[in-house]
Design a protein around this ligand. Structure first.
Ligand SMILES: [Zn+2]
Length: 432
């Protein structure tokens, strides 16, 4: 059976080339700081000095209404009516949602009358209803700052809960696997494959971690073969960002490597396959089987038009897509299709879900790759590349990537993990 190594996400804040300390020393200090949000006492927030008010902080409960909350805090009815009627575009009181946080800033005198109502639409956007003097409502955003981060890792064991256990943002792995989805077969990662990445982290009000931003530059070494990736705006009119290598080749291919993310190849394309069930007769397998849990989304590996979406015999429920005059792909044993005949699908669109319909002993998708009307092994095909960066953009591109590439080259790999921190033997053997 295929070995497959997932990423263990060991993200290490690394050093500049000239710094002498080891990565692990640095890690022990900085890792914690980068993951645990620093809680500051609330002093000035949302543009108000909260010390000047009695602050009630709560979340919207079932049955709460804006009017009711205001009446409880001694706001006169005409003011409530004014907000409800005149500021509907800014703050639609009917749309306050259960679970959303809000603040009521009350006067510090004995009346404790509400002065300001602040509703948090999401972690970044909020709405202020100022009830003092002439009533107004306005929308504001918290200040979001981006901090650049560097990380690196060596693939040691399978992708697992360890990623989350370490408190690393899952989006970083996810983004990395998307950037390299066309060039690296993530089902056949090898122990010792390495990566480096430069990305941004979002912080609200300088201190509250708000997730990982997109990857700016990355390096992946698979079976000793290095692949650089640099984010660059391909089309400034449409703001389309693509990833290119150090020679301005597009990292995308016209086909994804696999129709499912993070699964396992359970059976490869094999014209000489023998099956015991059929008396060890040769039963060619003209597909590649990807085993994954029931209900896992199945993606179109390239843009195209759905030519079949039906249920038939051993194939079970399946979808077939025509990509162009040369290529078609087919996806068998679905639990349910998500497209119908004639639909146009884009690469990565969910066309159905992993199931067990037709002849199958376990949940998987049998992926069939047709070239000029014949079924071939996609893992052996040299897949056509997407367009390289336009020649007119290349001089600026090379200028842009030179320092980024130097920066990547300077990132050190972490020392191999110590035993108590990482699952080792057991995890590996489970996944063989
Ligand atoms: Zn199959």
């Amino acid at each position: 059976m295929q070995k497959y190594w997932g990423l263990i996400l060991m993200l290490f804040l690394s050093l500049s080339c000239k710094d002498g300390k080891t990565v692990n020393q640095e890690l022990s200090k900085k890792k914690i700081a980068s993951i645990v949000p620093i809680k500051k006492p609330i002093v000035k927030q949302f543009g108000f000095n909260l010390d000047e008010f009695t602050v009630k902080q709560d979340t919207v409960k079932r049955g709460d209404s804006f009017g009711e909350l205001m009446l409880q805090h001694k706001v006169e009815y005409p003011k409530i009516a004014k907000i409800t009627e005149e500021f509907r575009d800014t703050f639609d009181v009917r749309r306050i949602r259960v679970g959303k946080p809000y603040l009521i800033l009350k006067s510090k005198d004995t009346t404790e009358t509400a002065q300001v109502f602040i509703y948090e639409n999401d972690p970044i956007n909020y709405t202020v209803v100022d009830l003092r003097d002439s009533v107004v409502a306005y929308k504001e955003k918290k200040e979001v700052k981006y901090k650049e981060r560097e990380a690196s890792g060596v693939i040691e064991t399978s992708l697992s809960e360890a990623i989350l256990d370490q408190g690393i943002d899952y989006n970083v792995t996810n983004n990395l696997s998307e950037i390299y989805a066309w060039t690296i077969d993530f089902f056949r990662l090898q122990k010792g494959d390495k990566f480096k990445v430069i990305y941004k982290e979002k912080y609200i009000n300088d201190s509250i971690y708000a997730g990982a931003g997109p990857i700016e530059a990355a390096y992946f070494e698979h079976e000793g073969r290095p692949i650089y990736a640099f984010a660059y705006e391909n089309d400034s009119l449409k703001s389309i960002v693509d990833y290119f290598d150090e020679e301005a080749n597009n990292l995308r291919r016209t086909f994804l490597r696999a129709p499912v993310q993070f699964s396992r190849i359970s059976s490869r394309y094999n014209l000489k396959r023998r099956i015991r069930y059929y008396g060890n007769k040769v039963r060619p397998h003209k597909g590649t089987d990807y085993a994954a849990p029931l209900g896992t989304p199945i993606m179109a590996t390239a843009d195209g038009t759905v030519t079949e979406s039906t249920r038939r015999g051993g194939n079970g429920k399946y979808v077939k897509i025509r990509h162009n005059g040369t290529y078609s792909t087919q996806y068998l044993h679905m639990k349910k299709q998500n497209v119908k005949r004639g639909d146009y699908v884009r690469q990565g669109d969910i066309i159905g879900w992993i199931g067990m319909t037709g002849n199958t002993s376990g949940p998987h998708v049998c992926y069939r790759f047709w070239k000029n009307g014949r079924q071939v092994d996609p893992l052996r095909e040299e897949l056509p590349k997407a367009e390289p960066l336009a020649e007119s953009l290349q001089p600026a591109y090379f200028e842009y990537i030179t320092p980024k590439k130097d920066q990547l080259d300077c990132i050190l790999y972490p020392e191999m993990p110590v035993e108590e921190d990482f699952p080792s033997e057991d995890m590996v053997s489970l996944n063989k």
